[in-house]
Design a binder for this molecule. Structure first.
Ligand SMILES: NC(=O)c1ccc[n+]([C@@H]2O[C@H](COP(=O)([O-])OP(=O)(O)OC[C@H]3O[C@@H](n4cnc5c(N)ncnc54)[C@H](OP(=O)(O)O)[C@@H]3O)[C@@H](O)[C@H]2O)c1
Length: 283
């Protein structure tokens, strides 16, 4: 596993383990323990996933010392105001049964994210959060956010994969020293990647899988990522991407897969904003 140094000096594993959908206590405990045994140290949860308590318990059950783990969670969008965030952040600490959280992100670019960020900043200064950041901030909003907050976010977690490569967004994150972290880095197994003959050729050339080529592409660009699998063999496979290097020509050829669009939704789509705003509280 390789680590990335964030703009405040905190060290973060480049590849992390996502927990979206893990809401069954028995399954989540088994999956997370398997992931820890496979070598994962970063676990990505969110208030909106409704599983902070389950993830926290699984971490407590693990044989690995807390100090070696890196736990990320995200603020529920209805709690993204200064006052609500203060209660909500403490709620995450309690549900996760942790004295500190490694990375706390504002999940979506809605509501009073500036007020929420002031609350995050207070917990950060009090040593209850080691790194703070945002998620799903597109370049224009990110620049505004960096310019008008005391602390530059350490991370911006956004959709990045071969079909939505986000070169412009990553360039702007790099410019402002905000670490890009990809969500859905495998595009959830999308056939435009997994059945693509060129990607299959690369997999054969390096004796790797298509999934490993997809992840290697991101790792090689210096992007951090959180992926998810429930399968033990894929846990090992998805971390095993550091013993080969794609050539410049291959990176350029893979660039051609970029559709420059999300494969799920845009946070700027009015209908999507309405859907998010109507989401029921999960915790
Ligand atoms: N910030 C945000 O707004 C946001 C949004 C979405 C997600 N996330 C985070 O990002 C994490 C990852 O995203 P995701 O779970 O949506 O997508 P993903 O990691 O791109 O894909 C997960 C899917 O791909 C399959 N898979 C895993 N490894 C594979 C491999 N080597 N080959 C083929 N298929 C493979 C998994 O199935 P199996 O289980 O069968 O292996 C699963 O169905 C989430 O768990 C969550 O923590 C954040």
């Amino acid at each position: 596993m390789e680590y990335i140094k964030l703009n405040n000096g905190v060290i973060m594993p480049q590849i992390g383990f996502g927990t979206i959908g893990l809401t069954d206590e028995v399954e989540a405990n088994e999956v997370i323990l398997n992931a820890i045994n496979a070598g994962y140290r970063l676990f990505d949860t969110a208030q909106g996933y409704g599983n902070e308590a389950i993830v926290g318990q699984a971490i407590k059950n693990s044989p690995i010392p807390r100090s070696e783990l890196f736990i990320t969670t995200k603020l529920w969008l209805a709690d993204a105001t200064y006052e609500k965030a203060k209660l909500s952040i403490q709620g995450s600490l309690d549900r996760l049964q942790l004295d500190y959280i490694d990375l706390f992100l504002i999940h979506h670019p809605y509501n009073d994210i500036y007020g929420a960020y002031r609350a995050l900043t207070e917990f950060y200064k009090a040593g209850k959060i080691r790194a703070i950041g945002v998620s799903n901030l597109y370049p224009d909003r990110l620049i505004d956010f960096v310019k008008f907050n005391e602390i530059t976010p350490q991370v911006n977690q956004v959709e990045i994969h071969l079909l939505h490569q986000q070169d412009n967004a990553i360039e702007i994150m790099n410019k402002y020293s905000v670490q890009a972290q990809a969500w859905m880095p495998l595009a959830r197994g999308h056939k435009a990647i997994f059945e693509n003959p060129y990607v299959q050729t690369l997999a054969a050339k390096y004796n790797k899988t298509v999934g490993q080529i997809a992840l290697r592409f991101l790792v090689q660009k210096g992007v951090a990522l959180v992926m998810k699998t429930t399968k033990k063999e894929r846990m090992l496979e998805n971390m095993d991407v550091y013993d080969f290097m794609l050539t410049d020509d291959e990176m350029l050829e893979l660039k051609k897969l970029d559709t420059k669009n999300s494969i799920v939704f845009s946070h700027k789509d009015p209908a999507q904003v309405e859907r998010f705003a109507a989401w029921e509280r999960k915790y």
